[in-house]
Design a protein around this ligand. Structure first.
Ligand code: ZLM
Ligand code: CA
Ligand code: ZN
Length: 393
């Protein structure tokens, strides 16, 4: 009745752990794990679980996390406890070990469990692709792209994406990583700076002095030292406020099309951070659910093993819409999802409008000014095209 049926000829696996969603970063912290509950509620109300293999993921083990993270960092993460007395609001004189305990990466109850569950879902998804039990794996609880080997950063503590890609690399010679979160995917980029087996591509708002994390300029393409095979294997697409669906789709399809042709990946890992949507509490773009989802649709068309991660997303009702729509894209062959939300979806009032595709006017009142000229976007495509001359499969 929702237009969703089980896909014929391929399998989609859905990996989540309800234990993750009950964690709190703090009352006013923008990261709300509850958005995962809202997303699943919409996904299930549409009946999509009947079209996928659903798994409750296990928590990743210490050994699995240590495939990327330093044991010093993991040991500390496993023992730190939340501060009994909150520090002063802006953390003027914090004494931060591994960047833990500040306002971006607070210590909260069950932090280690939360992190290992996020990574467990991503890793389970990657394993399903490797064993060919699944063609598209979905892990909305993952996508925490800023975490470093021995450092928390930007709401991210464990880099589930890196751990999952390391798993994919056991079976696939080359993996393409694509990141449509509004922030630069710096942690994943850095992790694979010295290998030509992973190509990382991040689309993001770039303003080195005013927007986190400040990295990801067009010509940051991996250290160009003489013997670094990873040189030229980082692609950065720096954008300005207000980019629209039409511009983003054109740039995404042009860039990813050229990269797939040249790099010939064996698998694609796509981080679907939903803070690139219009109306996001932290984001700056004018993307709609349709434009965000078009990136997933484009990647799916290559018929390569595909893993979808979550990531940022700070206006929960829009996060839920995007990830529900993208789940439907993963599972549906030709049939389209109903644009009207199901009658009986829990927390229906959270969504404000009963459509899956609110207009920019419904989302924003007045749209944000678009500061991306077509000329600049063409220059970006030109740079990437020239960069790809140094890349071979
Ligand atoms: N201050 N509370 C994206 C990660 C973005 C660094 C400036 C903290 C916030 C933000 C935290 C309740 C992903 C920075 C910001 C204020 C230093 C960022 C706690 C509001 C609050 O109200 C808040 C007291 C907090 C944090 C806003 N932080 C907005 N932007 C970024 C990190 C993560 O989406 O890419 C993937 C999941 N941090 O700009 C400051 C420089 C800390
Ligand atoms: Ca990004
Ligand atoms: Zn983000």
């Amino acid at each position: 009745e929702s237009g969703i049926t089980r896909p014929k000829g391929y399998n989609v696996s859905f990996h989540c752990n309800p234990g993750m969603e009950k964690h709190h970063f703090g009352m006013t912290h923008p990261m709300k794990p509850w958005r995962l509950t809202l997303s699943k509620s919409l996904i299930y109300s549409y009946g999509m679980s009947f079209a996928m293999d659903n798994y409750v993921s296990r928590a990743a083990t210490y050994e699995e996390l240590a495939t990327f993270h330093s044991t010093d960092y993991l040991d500390f993460l496993g023992t730190v406890l939340p501060e009994p007395v909150p520090r002063d609001l802006e953390n003027q004189n914090p004494d931060l070990k591994f960047n833990l305990g500040g306002s971006d990466c607070p210590l909260f109850d069950g932090l280690y469990d939360y992190c290992s569950m996020s990574a467990g879902g991503a890793l389970d998804g990657a394993r399903k692709l490797c064993s060919k039990q699944s063609d598209i794996a979905i892990a909305w609880g993952g996508g925490l792209h800023h975490a470093k080997k021995a450092e928390a950063s930007g709401f991210c503590y464990i880099n589930d994406i890196v751990v999952a890609i390391l798993q994919l690399l056991r079976y696939y010679p080359r993996v393409l990583y694509i990141d449509i979160d509004v922030h630069h995917g710096d942690g994943v980029e850095e992790a694979f700076f010295s290998t030509d087996r992973v190509m990382t591509v991040s689309f993001h708002k770039y303003d080195p002095n005013n927007f986190f994390p400040g990295t990801g300029a067009l010509d940051d393409n991996g250290p160009k030292s003489e013997h670094n095979p990873g040189a030229h294997h980082a692609v950065n697409v720096p954008l300005n406020d207000g980019i629209t669906d039409e511009q983003y789709e054109w740039l995404f399809n042009s860039i990813i099309g050229r990269i797939v042709e040249k790099f010939r990946p064996g698998a694609i890992a796509l981080q679907c951070g939903a803070d690139s949507l219009a109306g996001d509490r932290l984001g700056r773009f004018n993307l709609q659910v349709q434009g965000h989802g078009a990136c997933v649709e484009f990647c799916k068309k290559y018929n390569l093993p595909l893993i979808l991660f979550g990531g940022g997303g700070y206006t929960p009702r829009n996060v839920a819409r995007a990830w529900a729509y993208e789940t439907s894209i993963a599972i549906s062959c030709d049939d389209k999802i109903s644009p009207t939300l199901p009658q009986h979806v829990p927390w229906r009032e959270q969504f404000r409008q009963d459509t899956l595709f609110p207009t920019l006017e419904q989302i924003l009142g007045e749209p944000r000014v678009n500061r991306n000229s077509q000329k600049r976007l063409q220059d970006i495509l030109q740079h990437v095209t020239e960069q790809l001359r140094f890349v071979q499969a």
